[in-house]
Design a protein around this ligand. Structure first.
Ligand SMILES: NC(=O)c1ccc[n+]([C@@H]2O[C@H](COP(=O)([O-])OP(=O)(O)OC[C@H]3O[C@@H](n4cnc5c(N)ncnc54)[C@H](OP(=O)(O)O)[C@@H]3O)[C@@H](O)[C@H]2O)c1
Length: 239
């Protein structure tokens, strides 16, 4: 039977590849995002259902619930990004506080709120997968701090959902090309540096991340929970 899958931020980049992967497997896929146009176009291309939602907003999440089925098998908390790319350098403490909180909201609070909103609807035997980042291990200011927090918060989530046979894991990508993540901020030099850091000598693709997410949501991964799976081409080896 087809599973119900929600991919947050599924209109572009990594989220789109994840949604496409599940749709191609015959699952019923819901994608969200804040911009109606690109979201609907993406959903139409892959046969997914589009629901406009800002995952940092509790009221928007309450509205999202009215658009979703009673039971959700797979939740992918992918929506996020480095909000510092959209702002200039903070000129005073108040701006610094606003910008720091923006990254926590976009990458940590959004996933926590979405999971809380859907908690009762998560199907027994299902899976929650968050998209973290290599920055959670290596730095990256408030963005990296938010992604590190996501992995730490996930430990208790895995404990809470485990009794229902639901797994909760993080997939932490390194540099992934062909997304809107970097806006116009990625110089050729920086790109070369990011690729040089990998063992495989290439950027990751959104499909690389989708494969890892699909595995964690599959029957083969029912005893894997509370973990971080790194998808970074060896740029940050772990033991
Ligand atoms: N690309 C990389 O190198 C890389 C590396 C490590 C981790 N990541 C992580 O991977 C995830 C996906 O990023 P990406 O690279 O695919 O970039 P992207 O193309 O910018 O995708 C982010 C998506 O999330 C949506 N989104 C952002 N904030 C949202 C919110 N508050 N509510 C709802 N939707 C929201 C965006 O759509 P709207 O703007 O329309 O809302 C967009 O579709 C992010 O969590 C990012 O931090 C990316």
């Amino acid at each position: 039977m087809a599973r119900n899958v929600l991919v947050t931020g599924g209109g572009t980049g990594i989220g789109y590849a994840i949604a496409q992967h599940f749709a191609e497997q015959g699952e019923t896929v819901f994608v969200t995002g804040r911009r109606t146009g690109p979201l609907k176009e993406a959903a139409d291309r892959i046969g997914a259902r589009a629901v406009v939602c800002d995952h940092t907003d509790p009221e928007a999440l309450a509205r999202l619930l009215t658009e979703l089925p009673e039971s959700v098998d797979v939740l992918v908390n992918n929506a996020g990004g480095n909000t510092d790319f959209d702002t200039g350098a903070a000129s005073d403490l108040a701006s610094y506080a606003r910008d720091f909180r923006a990254n926590l909201d976009a990458n940590l609070v959004s996933a926590a709120l979405t999971t809380k909103a859907l908690e009762e609807r998560l199907a027994a035997g299902g899976a929650v997968v968050h998209i973290g980042s290599i920055a959670g291990n290596r730095g990256g200011g408030s963005y990296g701090a938010a992604k590190a927090g996501l992995a730490t918060w996930n430990i208790d989530l895995a404990g809470a959902l485990g009794a229902r046979g639901i797994t909760a894991n993080v997939v932490a990508p390194g540099y992934i090309a062909d997304t809107e993540f970097f806006r116009d901020r990625l110089t050729d030099e920086r790109r070369t540096q990011l690729v040089t850091e990998t063992a495989v000598g290439r950027p990751g693709s959104p499909a690389d991340v989708a494969g890892a997410v699909a595995f964690l949501a599959s029957p083969a991964a029912r005893h894997i929970t509370g973990q971080v799976l790194h998808v970074n081409g060896g740029a940050h080896p772990t033991r």
